[in-house]
Design a protein around this ligand. Structure first.
Ligand code: NAD
Length: 475
């Protein structure tokens, strides 16, 4: 298990010698101590990334592609070990950890395929006087900041397209989950990534460390995944030097169920949309709006499924729901639930913390949630499903759009015309239509409104690391 910083192709301690503990959320115990990088280390990583940039940008796309392909193969062959490591530091059930690793590795495979497709265009100017030649060039040194909830996939979703485009990177993983990120960096090294192309600086001091990098003139891009709150701080920081930004921020996904939907499919989809990653996903269904005639039956079936989940330490093989990431997360989820109950909601199942050590929360379904409840406005980030009944399609769309967020929405309906009509009306970057899972390395993932800027995945994800250059050419 790697626990140092990775700078210029070498594992090195923090220049201050500082370290920090990584905890097991199922027990609260310490599992490792990791080098705590500081500003000086971050700038050393930028030095390395900057030195490596010209040669990497000039490396044949096929060579970059084959390195990414090797990283995909290595990661796939190590899924079991990586899943245990991730489950230990993040708490998620092994089944979720394996699912994430498959998804994460696919970004390397997809971007191995995209590395050879950074195409440009040549057109004739409307005047006929010249050609408009557009080529695409790597943006340059990119700082990648990732959250703890998907410690592998959020890293590969950035490293894959950045390397495919010819950029070099400094990864700043989340303080709760640096071990998975370092294991991925180790894989990149083994796959043949040249020294300095990928660097990693875990730190307890994210604010000053990221700020120092954003103010370094060699850094040209920030790709951030995390909360809207921190994203706003970083957008302001990036503004000082007009750094190119991609922002994957918070969500508050509505899940609409119309009376004409296949209710079994809707409950299956709800379990995926709500409970993938234990509810700790930006894509997690946060608000269930169900057409009145089927609301009681939908809630009953959902409560039955939620109540049957096996809760336990993520590393135990039959666990379906592990602990939340830390004590603060449990406090936040519980305070949202208690305030909804205080405002008149009813717990169809759950509604409290279980009596056991570790950062667990009981799978919960709340019915009769008043539309003004805080739980409908904030990202819950836990295993709690609030259900609200609606009367008309217009009301459902209005309720769904009544949020500052716009990452993903889900719709279940048996009427395809309605499904497409409502998909168009929803203010979201992504829609799951009769499907509780949208994430796919081949598709453009991202949000509108305060859920973000830019897209990751698909061909769009590659373009986020390329700058078009227009050459007005006369011949
Ligand atoms: P967070 O915003 O607290 O942290 C994200 C990252 O930013 C971490 O690496 C953290 O150490 C770092 N950070 C925190 N403060 C910083 C600062 N002042 N300057 C620089 N870096 C700083 O988010 P989190 O709690 O780790 O993750 C959960 C959030 O991420 C949720 O809001 C979730 O919706 C969002 N998320 C979004 C997506 C997406 O693709 N849209 C995917 C996963 C998670």
């Amino acid at each position: 298990m790697e626990t140092e910083l990775f700078v210029g192709g070498k594992w090195v301690p923090a220049s201050s010698g500082a370290r920090f503990d990584v905890l097991d959320p199922a027990t609260g115990g310490v599992i490792a101590s990791v080098a705590d990088g500081g500003v000086e280390d971050a700038i050393a990583a930028v030095d390395a990334a900057s030195d490596a940039l010209p040669a990497w940008a000039a490396t044949a796309p096929r060579v970059r592609s084959e390195i990414l392909r090797r990283a995909f193969e290595l990661m796939t062959s190590r899924t079991d070990d990586l899943a245990k490591l991730m489950s230990q530091e993040n708490g998620k059930a092994l089944v979720d950890a394996r699912g994430e690793l498959t998804y994460a590795a696919e970004f390397f495979r997809w971007y191995a395929e995209e590395a050879v497709r950074a195409d440009g265009t040549v057109t004739t100017a409307p005047s006929g006087a010249n050609r408009i030649v557009v080529i695409r060039q790597p943006v340059g040194v990119s700082v990648l900041v990732t959250p703890w909830n998907f410690p592998a996939a959020m890293a590969t979703r950035k490293i894959g397209p950045a390397l495919a485009a010819g950029c070099t990177v400094v990864l700043k993983p989340a303080r709760d989950t640096p071990l998975t990120a370092l294991a991925i960096v180790e894989i990149m090294d083994e796959a043949g990534v040249p020294a300095g192309v990928v660097n990693a600086v875990p730190t307890l001091r994210s604010g000053p460390v990221v700020s120092a990098m954003l103010h370094d003139p060699r850094v040209r891009k920030l790709s951030f995944t995390g909360s809207t709150e921190v994203g706003q701080v970083l957008l302001r920081e990036a503004a000082d030097r007009v750094v190119n930004t991609s922002m994957e921020l918070g969500g508050n996904a509505p899940f609409l169920v119309f009376a004409d939907a296949d209710l079994d499919a809707a409950v299956d989809g709800a379990m995926v949309a709500k409970m993938r990653n234990g509810g700790e996903a930006c894509t997690a269904a946060n608000r269930f709006y169900v057409e009145a005639p089927v609301a009681a039956e939908f809630s009953r079936r959902l409560a039955e499924r939620m109540g049957a989940l096996r809760v336990g330490p993520g590393v135990e093989p039959d666990t379906e729901l592990g602990p939340l990431i830390n004590a603060a997360a449990v406090d936040k989820v519980d305070s949202l639930v208690q305030s909804a109950l205080g405002e008149g909601a009813t717990a169809a199942v759950g509604g409290h913390r279980p009596a056991r050590p570790g950062f667990f929360y009981q799978p919960t379904v709340l019915t009769g949630v008043p539309p003004t409840a805080a739980i409908l406005r904030e990202e819950i980030f836990g295993p709690v499903a609030p259900v609200v009944a609606f009367q008309t399609e217009d009301e459902a769309v209005r309720l769904a759009n009544d949020t500052d967020f716009g990452l993903v929405s889900y719709i279940y309906t048996g009427d395809l015309a309605r499904g497409l009509r409502v998909s168009e009306a929803l203010e979201a970057g992504m829609v799951g239509l009769n499907r509780g899972l949208v994430s796919d390395p081949a598709a453009p993932f991202g949000g509108v409104k305060q859920s973000g800027l830019g897209r990751e995945g698909g061909h769009h994800g590659l373009l986020d690391y390329l700058e078009p250059k227009y050459i007005a050419a006369q011949w």
